[in-house]
Design a binder for this molecule. Structure first.
Ligand code: COA
Length: 266
């Protein structure tokens, strides 16, 4: 178990811009590949932001112009045996769950290669936007392994088994435009525009009710694993839970008074 000091991160940069948190994987010389330290740091950062009321939304991106995250660190994978192999997969999977279940919206700004574990991190984000020059793929079978950070599950759920099996069985990456066509990303921007555009979308989310965002996300995230009947019951429960909160009163009052709502944030 690696302990992480949020004040002296080595491979991850955390920048706060008002209510936005920009999380940058910062190992550009290795194309931001995920070694154990980087995964531990990302895990600690996402855990901290989850409980931080002043954070309204999180943008995940990669340092440098070439890569978002070029995958798990192959020099680490090369040495693993059965036991540490499953430990490695579990650590990466825990991070994807930390992203997916985070109370805050998480937006991926895919600025370059999103391969293997890198694409799997993006798949755990709520929405994905890519630079036109980005390449996205799951090349694991070309290394004699399979995706281990949730890729076999989340890609199939997001894009269907046909697209998932094409990417997973060929190992070949797709372009950003192809990723947009198959629903793997929500939008494509010029490389120089990407981060500003993703921040603008994040700010749009931050302008909405924070509790409503968390509950809406939870309804969708938990609902996909349920039957329609159970999912609708969950939605009704959450709808009830948010009714008559201070946030709801402020949202309704602001509409009726023709003003912008002022949300309760730290
Ligand atoms: N793990 C460890 N190191 C990685 C890495 C990874 N996943 N991806 C890139 N790197 C390292 C390279 O080894 C190289 O390090 P070096 O300068 O010390 O030799 C550095 O990052 C730059 O990468 P390089 O391969 O020289 O860049 P490129 O432009 O020629 O190729 C890629 C870019 C992304 C096509 C290529 O790096 C690649 O195929 N990476 C592996 C992708 C992958 O299979 N990921 C899934 C892992 S499960």
């Amino acid at each position: 178990d690696m302990s992480v000091d949020l004040n002296s991160l080595q491979n991850v940069q955390l920048v706060r811009e008002g209510h936005l948190a920009i999380v940058t994987v910062n190992r550009p010389a290795k194309l931001n590949a995920l070694d154990g330290q980087t995964i531990a740091e990302l895990d600690a950062v996402f855990a901290a932001l989850d409980g931080d009321a002043s954070c309204g939304a999180i943008v995940l991106t990669g340092a440098g112009e070439k890569a978002f995250i070029a995958g798990a660190d192959i020099s680490v994978l090369a040495k693993q045996g059965v036991l540490d192999g499953s430990d490695n997969a579990r650590a990466g999977q825990q991070l994807t769950l930390r992203i997916e279940n985070n109370r805050k919206p998480v937006l991926a700004a895919i600025n370059g290669f999103a391969l293997g574990g890198g694409l799997e991190m993006a798949l755990a984000c709520d929405v994905r936007f890519a630079a036109k020059t980005a390449k996205l793929g799951l090349p694991e079978v070309s290394l004699g392994i399979i995706p281990g950070y949730g890729g076999t599950q989340r890609l199939a759920r997001l894009c269907g088994t046909g697209t998932a099996l094409q990417l997973i069985l060929t190992g070949d990456p797709v372009t950003a435009d192809e990723a947009l066509r198959v629903g793997l990303v929500n939008g494509v921007f010029e490389p120089g525009e990407l981060l500003a555009q993703v921040k603008a979308i994040a700010l749009k989310m931050v302008s909405r009710g924070p509790l409503a965002l968390a509950m809406a996300k939870q309804a969708v995230r938990r609902g996909v694993h349920l039957s329609m009947q159970d999912g609708l019951a969950l939605e009704a429960d959450l709808f009830g839970a948010i009714s008559s909160t201070a946030e709801m009163k402020e949202g309704m009052a602001a509409f009726l008074e023709k003003r912008k709502p002022s949300w309760l944030r730290a």
